[in-house]
Design a protein around this ligand. Structure first.
Ligand code: C2G
Length: 130
């Protein structure tokens, strides 16, 4: 069974998040998603996500294309997570292009083009104007 792994915050879940998960699922038989913890997000982006880690994990876990989720607590743990879930392929959006090539000794690394014109940041900006 081919296992696919991907990572993300998936805050204020939107169509770009759904599209990459649907595309990732098609590469194999099992899709595992690492959802970034609140603490990791504060460290990465300097702000807490709008939705908590447990809400974000529940949303992603409920999708038809996702088999299971886990909490991604550290960016340095990627190799450990890939081994733990025996992933054959790591999928990320191309905003991360090249950044995970160093894991190609462990699994195939695939970058998909981002869905244009949608992001959590732009949604937050639009809502602020209301
Ligand atoms: N994405 C996309 N199209 C968009 C927005 C996001 O394809 N318009 C993809 C991103 O490229 C990423 C995934 O959706 O692969 C999740 O996006 P984010 O929640 O922004 O993830 P990020 O905070 O970059 O976390 O260890 C890596 C990190 O956990 C990635």
């Amino acid at each position: 069974m081919k296992t696919i792994i991907t990572f993300g915050t998936f805050d204020v879940f939107h169509i770009g998040h759904l599209r990459i998960l649907q595309r990732a699922e098609k590469l194999g038989e099992r899709l595992i998603v690492g959802v970034s913890s609140d603490a990791l997000n504060i460290q990465k982006k300097g702000r807490a996500p709008v939705y908590s880690q447990s809400e974000r994990m529940d949303i992603v876990a409920s999708l038809k294309c996702v088999d299971s989720v886990f909490l991604e607590e550290s960016l340095e743990q990627k190799a450990g997570y890939i081994r733990q879930f025996q992933a054959d392929t790591l999928v990320m959006g191309d905003d991360w292009a090249g950044r995970f090539d160093s894991f190609s000794y462990l699994c195939e690394v695939v970058y998909f083009p981002r869905t244009p014109a949608v992001s959590t940041t732009s949604i937050i900006e639009v809502i602020k104007t209301y």
